[in-house]
Design a binder for this molecule. Structure first.
Ligand code: SME
Length: 161
């Protein structure tokens, strides 16, 4: 396993996502433990982009339960139909929220969070296994570039579910 990430400097996020794909593949392909892989994925995204909060909520016990993350402490349990995470889970789609104050039902784990992107991660049978939540302290910080880049990373993870 590589000991450090190689992150292109002075480039756009697209180039960073491209550079991360093979490195993340190398990190997780030989590790079978899900929690270990989620922990490293959160660390990679935090280090590469400096996002305010990056983490996973795992679908279990009838709700979304906090999994590995990087950033400030967060809500531990989110009902399947609540907040941005619950909307992504129940609608089975990626949701970009440019301004969290404008999203009805947004759950504010931290008042510093201003925008976010949430993506579902699927089991092979098509059910949602977990969601990835990325929060920014900047308004309107996420675009379709992040949606595509993060989806590419999650596709690597889904192969292992
Ligand atoms: N804002 C999320 C809750 C999770 S935290 O931001 C880490 C939501 O509305 O679902």
């Amino acid at each position: 396993m590589a000991e450090e990430l190689i992150i292109p400097v002075g480039t756009d996020r697209n180039a960073i996502y491209d550079a991360l794909i093979p490195q993340i593949n190398g990190l997780i392909e030989t590790e079978s433990d899900l929690i270990a892989n989620l922990a490293n994925l959160a660390a990679v995204l935090k280090e590469a982009f400096g996002f305010f909060w990056v983490g996973f909520y795992i679908a279990k016990e009838g709700e979304l339960v906090l999994g590995p993350f990087q950033g400030p402490i967060a809500c531990t349990r989110i009902p399947f139909h609540k907040g941005v995470c619950g909307a992504s889970y129940s609608q089975q789609k990626t949701i970009i929220v440019p301004d969290v104050d404008q999203f009805p039902g947004h759950i504010a784990c931290s008042s510093a969070s201003r925008s976010e992107i949430v993506l579902p991660v699927f089991h092979k049978n098509g059910t949602v296994a977990m969601i990835l939540d990325v929060d920014s302290d900047q308004l309107d910080d996420f675009s379709e570039i992040d949606a595509a880049g993060l989806q590419g990373i999650l596709t690597l993870l889904e192969r292992k579910l």
